[in-house]
Design a protein around this ligand. Structure first.
Ligand code: SF4
Ligand code: SF4
Length: 101
């Protein structure tokens, strides 16, 4: 008969060993939606960069570059906050299927 383990019998799970350790992992791998940038609408106002909770929007010399999909979680905050409607949240699966065509 199956018996539940006691708390001290359960193996220790994930431990954050040091600050910033998520930089070493592909933390965007479970993203369901992807922010797709319309470069024609983007004015480089950088509002999205200010709001992104994952620091996934690279900026250099006040210019926004393509989202860093290694870390982007697809939360959609950037698309909601963009005042120029330059970001569209697209299902990740839709993009993956198009890539296979
Ligand atoms: S908020 Fe919109 S317009 Fe501004 S930089 Fe981001 S994507 Fe471009
Ligand atoms: S979807 Fe979320 S995590 Fe990804 S770039 Fe936008 S605000 Fe950042």
């Amino acid at each position: 008969m199956y018996q539940l383990k006691k708390w001290f019998e359960i193996p220790i799970g994930s431990i954050v060993s040091e600050a910033g350790s998520s930089m070493m992992n592909n933390t965007g791998s479970w993203r369901m939606l992807r922010p797709v940038l319309n470069t024609e609408k983007c004015t480089n106002c950088l509002i999205c960069w200010i709001f992104c909770p994952d620091d996934s929007i690279p900026v250099n010399r006040e210019q926004r570059f393509e989202t860093d999909f290694q870390y982007c979680k697809g939360c959609g905050i950037c698309a909601v906050e963009c005042p120029y409607d330059a970001l569209e949240m697209v299902p990740e699966m839709e993009i993956k299927l198009k890539e296979l065509e």
